[in-house]
Design a binder for this molecule. Structure first.
Ligand code: TXA
Ligand code: MG
Length: 332
């Protein structure tokens, strides 16, 4: 396994070309996107795609996002390319938005888990764009972590989670957005928000009209159109407990009893909790900054050996939808 530094703003041609060569010969490359690090393989090569599932321990029923270099490539992988996709792509690509569209027959089964649709994304991170361009093929890339664990926002997170299962990691520093892309399903009559992200629902609805919302939680063993909706997802090793404003006393009690039993307690807080905590992390009060920090904070508390992580509920309201979604899944 090799880790190559790359400039996140103007990626040097040399590391990009080396990574593209690994993709072309069927290997796995982890690379930064503006959201989280992706684990990429040639989306046209079944053996390469299979390596993603093996490395992540990901169920074959959970389809991958295909990263494209431009709009042209996206249109080619869809059949048909919906008019709603054209409008959303015009507004938000390149960027943290994934569009689920009817797939072109040539898209291989392992990528879509046999579904009649394919998830497409044109990322805005210069390294991601340069890599997909240099590879000359679309790149299938889920988040570069073991299945159901916390997504990586740094190259070290990738290394810690996947180790030698990756051939090469492009290290472009910490990612800007910090949580996964917004996923919108455009295969039905009415667009459906499958996974909230930093692109606000209202902004999407301003372009395609009112959207339906994906099933919040489905049992982990049923086939699903939206694997990100798995009950337990984005979870650290430690037990994660969410507490609201009227549960502060109970949270303090939990910390006390866990500490008493020899446990190590961490917390993600917006306001202080009046009980000793081994590792209290104070989180940003603004939702975008919170999102950027969230996974790194969870990785940090895991690395510190926390058994219990107490998480103060984030404010109600649309700007916090994506963060609230990730916290709820992690706490399940
Ligand atoms: O920000 C991101 O989206 C990152 C970066 C690397 O691009 N990728 C990512 O991939 O989060 P992953 O595999 O962890 O999540 C993929 C999500 C699934 O949870 C599911 O909701 C959706 O993409 N998905 C993929 N194919 C789909 C399909 N055919 N129909 C419905 N949902 C699909
Ligand atoms: Mg993931």
């Amino acid at each position: 396994m090799t880790i190559l530094r790359v400039d996140p703003v103007s990626p040097e041609p040399e590391p990009i070309e080396r990574a593209a060569a690994v993709i072309r010969r069927g290997g796995l490359v982890a690379f930064p996107t503006e959201t989280v690090y992706g684990l990429g393989a040639n989306a046209e090569d079944p053996d390469a795609v299979q390596k993603i599932f093996t490395a992540k321990g990901r169920p074959a029923t959970n389809p991958l996002i295909v990263h494209v270099a431009d709009l042209e490539e996206a249109r080619e992988l869809a059949d048909p390319w919906p008019e709603t996709a054209e409008r959303l792509a015009a507004a938000f690509w390149p960027g943290p938005l994934t569009l689920v569209v009817p797939r072109w027959h040539g898209v291989i089964d392992p990528v879509t888990a046999g579904l009649p649709s394919v998830a497409l994304r044109m990322a805005s991170h210069p390294v991601a764009l340069a890599l997909v361009r240099a590879a000359g093929v679309p790149i299938a890339a889920p988040s570069a972590n073991r299945s159901s664990m916390v997504s990586p926002t740094t190259a070290m997170h990738v290394h810690k989670s996947l180790g030698d299962a990756v051939d090469l990691i492009l290290d472009g520093g910490p990612t800007r957005v910090g949580i996964e892309s917004t996923v919108v399903d455009l295969t039905g009559d009415v667009p459906r928000l499958l996974r909230p992200g930093v692109i606000a629902r209202a902004a999407l609805e301003g372009i395609v009209g009112p959207m339906e919302t994906g099933p919040a939680v489905v049992p982990a063993d049923t086939p699903r159109a939206a694997p990100g909706m798995m009950a337990r997802h984005y979870a650290p090793r430690a037990e994660l407990r969410l507490f609201g404003a009227n549960q502060r006393a109970a949270a303090s009690e939990l910390a006390r009893s866990s500490t008493g039993a020899g446990g190590r307690v961490g917390a993600l807080l917006l306001t202080p909790l009046d009980v000793p905590i081994h590792h209290p992390l104070y989180m940003p009060a603004e939702s975008g900054a919170y999102a950027q920090r969230l996974y790194a904070a969870l990785h940090e508390l895991d690395d510190l050996g926390c058994d219990l992580i107490l998480v103060e509920e984030v404010p109600a309201g649309a700007p916090w939808d994506a963060v609230r979604d990730r916290l709820q899944h992690a706490a399940t």
